[in-house]
Write a protein that binds this ligand. Structure first.
Ligand code: NG6
Ligand code: CA
Length: 502
């Protein structure tokens, strides 16, 4: 009798723990690479560089061929990702200087805020580049806020802007890590500040020479955008950055393994300055850009190991993507151009980072959720602006009318149940040129912006005349067929106008 009761109790306990597991909301890990191109990983066709860890996630998950960042540069892409609104609706959301004020209003729905409401612990680790502090910028030597914690994150460990912008310090929650109060940080994006050498005046002190821009204060042998003084004990070491960030990610996952958690791992790789750890130096044969791809892939592997080791694999949605397309020379002489070999960072696409052509925004996008998302490939049209509403549906949250209005629920496409995804996607390029992808057509609005950005050798896709490409037969956007299709051009132009005016 006793043993029967014992057995019964055991089965009830096992059952209830199974039910609890089934009800537990899935963790979400979003690994957001910087400037990683459509053709930069082997599961998207790269052959000169191998990315086994990213490829493994793709093999176990769904690999999207037509997923887009909202913009061809970082700040606007991230703004849209986190708010569900196109950045181009709001002025001042272009590439942000390192002393910009927080760009996202604190009273607005955000992706992390929505998930926090759903009971998630929400962390961001890595590149921020959405401004910090009140109007006028932050006080670096005191509480740096508002920032991520005021827009829905429960934890943050940041590079305030980018790797190539000052201040070159980590900010954890509200404070610079390791700051000595007797050596305060000062930052200026106008006039030189302090007495430290600059790349322009002291190129002899550089580990890596700049090719354009990037000639101001030298930190760790690399001259940056912007001037900085002080904060010597707090300065990051570029070569250690990937390990530092990955360590923080793994710590966050360990700490919150019992909660549902959302972790936004915003890698510095493969943005400039490309200064990977010595373990990766020379390993790709493509110079620092290729080595940084290997380092990014390693970091993905380390995070996946943690997820597996903690038994979280089946209950964790992993998303890997990029904030914009690829660039080869983005301001440092790091031999990226010379050592490219036959590697095609944009794969079969035209343009790159900054560009209105598809390589500007069409990026790798992988979703893995074992048991829930069938492994394979999907051609569904996706935009990162939809993550907010889609993940709201996934986690049972409602988004008010008038909130995150550019975000659509495309959860079924993310989970592989809907093969089509969005009806259309809007792409934003450096000069604010907008494009519309609708079905197999790509329309680029007329723009007087430059056709080419010489410094980075990027075809920006600007043309004073309308452009129309049939992506089904001309993925590389080589034949502008606007002249032959005036009716279609005016329909697409009118449609784009209606989205702009929404
Ligand atoms: C550009 C920088 C480039 C990079 C980019 C932002 C110069 C000459 N170029 O202005 O190096 O930092 O801004 O990249 O300063 S992004 O991925 O964050 O959008
Ligand atoms: Ca970027």
């Amino acid at each position: 009798m006793k043993s029967r009761i014992f057995l019964l109790i055991c089965s009830v306990l096992i059952l209830s723990s199974l039910v609890a597991q089934a009800q537990q909301k899935p963790n979400i890990v979003l690994i957001y690479a910087d400037d990683l191109g459509y053709g930069d990983v082997s599961c998207y066709g790269a052959t000169k560089v191998k990315t086994p860890n990213i490829d493994r996630v793709a093999a176990e998950g769904l690999r999207f061929t037509n997923a887009h960042a909202t913009s061809a540069t970082c700040t606007p892409s991230r703004y849209s990702l986190l708010t569900g609104q196109y950045a181009w609706r709001k002025s001042g959301t272009g590439i942000a200087p390192g002393d910009a004020a927080l760009l996202i209003p604190t009273n607005r729905i955000t992706l992390p805020g929505m998930l926090q409401r759903a009971g998630y612990k929400t962390g961001v680790v890595g590149k921020w580049h959405l401004g910090l502090g009140p109007k006028g910028g932050p006080d670096w030597n005191s509480d740096i806020k508002p920032g991520p914690l005021e827009i829905g994150f429960t934890y943050s460990f940041l590079l305030p802007a980018t790797g190539d912008r000052v201040p070159c310090v980590y900010v954890e929650n509200h404070r610079i890590v390791g700051l000595d109060s007797s050596d305060p940080v000062q930052v200026s994006y106008k006039d030189p500040i302090g007495t430290e050498p600059t790349g322009k005046a002291n190129p002899d002190l550089l580990k890596m020479m700049y090719s354009h821009g990037h000639d101001q204060t030298i930190i760790n042998g690399v001259s940056r955008i912007g001037y900085m003084s002080g904060g010597k004990s707090a300065r990051w070491v570029d070569e250690e950055m990937a390990d530092v960030l990955t360590g923080k990610v793994n710590q966050f996952i360990e700490t919150h393994q019992e909660n549902p958690f959302f972790l936004y791992f915003s890698t510095h790789d493969i943005h400039v300055p490309r200064m990977p750890h010595s373990r990766f130096v020379g390993k790709s044969g493509m110079g620092p850009r290729g080595d940084a791809i290997l380092q990014l892939d390693y970091c993905v592997g380390e995070v996946m190991k943690t997820v597996d080791r903690l038994g979280l694999k089946d209950n964790t949605v992993v998303i890997i993507s990029s904030d914009n397309g690829p660039v080869v020379d983005d301001g440092y002489k790091d031999y990226a151009v010379e050592k490219l070999g036959g590697h095609k960072p944009a794969g079969p696409l035209r343009g790159g980072k900054y560009s209105a052509f598809d390589a500007g925004t069409r990026v790798p996008f992988i979703v893995r959720w074992p048991g829930k998302v069938k492994a394979g490939t999907s051609d569904a049209l996706l935009s990162q602006v939809d993550l907010l509403k889609s993940l709201a549906v996934l986690t049972g949250q409602t988004v008010g009318e008038g909130e995150a209005t550019d975000s659509f629920n495309t959860l079924d496409a993310l989970l592989g149940k809907d093969k089509n995804g969005r009806d259309y996607v809007i792409e934003h390029a450096l000069n604010n040129t907008l494009s519309l992808v609708k079905g197999h057509w790509k329309y680029i609005e007329p723009s007087n912006g430059p056709a080419v950005q010489k410094a980075t050798n990027t075809e920006l896709g600007n043309n004073p005349l309308p452009q129309l490409y049939d992506l089904r037969t001309d993925l590389g956007e080589t034949r502008n067929v606007a002249g032959e299709n005036p009716q279609l051009v005016s329909e697409l132009a009118a449609f784009l106008k209606s989205v702009k005016e929404k």
